[in-house]
Design a protein around this ligand. Structure first.
Ligand code: UN1
Length: 500
């Protein structure tokens, strides 16, 4: 069955209308590279209407008690759970990530809904001691407004959901511009949210809008005065443009950009565990996660042996149709990424690297399939210092931990990092103030696959934003400080006397 008919079956099962396929943005399945269908792009007028609907809806939604808003998110999460296999399949067809990872992505949506439901009863403020008699200081949190979400192709549902589930319980409404490569996943998951709203008796108009288009639409979203926060996931170049434009307008931005993530394998590491963890982090999602492991520093004493074991694991990786059980590596999203990967491997060779694997493989489907590359580098140089969004793992031997930590931190990004060691001093140093400078630093676990309970994001060129768990909800609310005088006199702060 063609992917076009599978997709129409999926939308049928979900009870969501597929958009008119006559013309518009062509959506391809990376599995075979063929067009699934065309999705109409949003016009400027449609985009403006979406923001206006979201603004109007916000005026009502902000008055709904937060736990009731949480109830909608719970109903949505239940719907997603019910349709998990169908949604996972759609993610795989549209992104090419293996079915296990497609299902994992849907699970992330379910998880954040549960988290947000709990959060809906915990939007805590503070009561602060006042310096004045009969006075009280409060810190309270209020809904912010319309939240604009820009998301990337590689997590076409989960990244939106991290933002959406929290923003909704915080009383905000949403306008989402998904990647033009993955609008179908967006329409499906958003369609389930709107269905949950209708079934819960919530007026769904303007609660969560999807707009489809390319760069100019993202620019319009950032520039629109009705959008109070722009949460953007994607390349550093895109994030810089979003961040600068938002700063000019004093608009909030929440940026989750690239990563050039590293791991350190110490002499005391459990090498079997480390080989599995490194392999999953480096080749999972065919190297197309922002948390993908791209740089590896192995202690010189064990480096040759460790590389040998990795090469053996790489050689046996099942590469092929991501819908088939047993496949671990699916296709790259498109030719553009394939070409960037090959250019990076060329540059690595020129910089003195020894490249293992990395070439295109014919799995009989079309599409861009590669065996992930392992590159032994003499030092951290050349393309190793940049993020190439493809499965390339550079390996460099190190002699001292300080040196390895310095290299970990010596790139422009600061998303995720890991150390493999059974030495307490090494582990604690790595996650200490003089350790990794990343937003995520792990011990005996790879760089990717973070749980939603923690704050997700990173420093430097990764953009500084934090999404999902911990106190990330505060991004989606405005904070007010309230001073209340319950006495009969008017003492002024700082002891100022001002008698009139
Ligand atoms: C991304 O690649 O943009 O930690 C997000 C992870 C996933 C999310 C990745 N939970 O790898």
């Amino acid at each position: 069955m063609s992917y076009a008919s599978q997709v129409s079956g999926i939308f049928g099962k979900l009870g969501i209308e597929l958009p008119d396929a006559a013309s518009g943005i062509e959506v391809r399945s990376p599995i075979d590279g063929n067009v699934i269908l065309a999705v109409p792009a949003s016009t400027q007028a449609e985009f403006s209407a979406s923001v206006e609907r979201a603004q109007a809806c916000f005026l009502k939604w902000r008055n709904v008690p937060a736990p009731q808003r949480g109830a909608l998110v719970r109903a949505f999460g239940e719907k997603v759970r019910q349709h998990k296999p169908t949604l996972g399949r759609l993610v795989t067809i549209e992104t090419g990530k293996i079915l296990q990872e497609g299902l994992g992505e849907v699970q992330e949506v379910i998880d954040i809904c549960e988290f947000a439901l709990g959060q809906s009863r915990q939007l805590y403020g503070l009561a602060i001691a006042s310096e004045r008699p009969d006075h009280k200081l409060l810190e309270t949190w209020h809904p912010l407004g319309v939240v604009g979400i820009i998301s990337a192709f590689n997590f076409p549902m989960a990244v939106w959901a991290w933002n959406a589930a929290l923003a909704l319980v915080c009383g905000d409404t949403l306008v989402w511009k998904p990647s033009e490569k993955t609008p179908l996943s967006a329409l499906a998951i958003n369609g389930l949210l709107l269905a949950a709203a209708r079934e819960s008796g919530v007026d769904a108009a303007g609660l969560s809008e999807v707009v489809i288009g390319e760069l100019d639409l993202g620019e319009a979203l950032v520039a629109h005065p009705g959008v109070r926060l722009v949460s953007a996931t994607g390349s550093t170049a895109m994030g810089r443009a979003v961040g600068e434009a938002c700063a000019r307008l004093f608009k909030r931005s929440l940026l989750e950009l690239g990563g050039n993530n590293a791991a350190i394998v110490c002499p005391s590491a459990d090498s079997q565990l480390a080989v599995r963890a490194v392999t999953f982090a480096a080749v999972g999602t065919a190297g197309q996660r922002c948390t993908t492991l791209r740089r590896l520093f192995v202690h010189r004493a064990g480096c040759a042996q460790f590389v040998k074991r990795l090469l053996a694991a790489y050689e046996n990786l099942p590469i092929g149709n991501p819908l088939h059980e047993g496949t671990l590596i699916g296709p790259l999203i498109d030719q553009g990424i394939y070409e960037r990967m090959q250019a990076a491997l060329q540059a690595a060779r020129a910089a003195g690297g020894t490249v293992h694997y990395g070439g295109r493989i014919d799995v009989g489907l079309g599409g861009f399939y590669v065996r992930p590359a392992l590159v032994e580098m003499p030092a951290q140089t050349g393309p190793m210092c940049e993020e190439t969004f493809a499965p390339i793992l550079y390996v460099v031997p190190y002699d001292g931990l300080d040196e390895a930590i310095e290299w970990n931190n010596a790139v422009s990004h600061g998303l995720s990092s890991a150390i493999f060691t059974r030495d307490l001093q090494e582990a604690e140093t790595f996650i200490s103030a003089r350790g990794s400078d990343c937003g995520i630093s792990n011990v005996n676990i790879g760089t990717s696959g973070a749980e939603i309970g923690g704050a997700f994001g990173g420093e430097k060129d990764t953009g500084g934003g934090r999404e999902a768990g911990s106190d990330a909800w505060k991004n989606y609310m405005r904070r007010a400080t309230n001073t209340i005088n319950y006495g009969t006199s008017l003492p002024l702060a700082q002891g100022i006397r001002f008698e009139v």
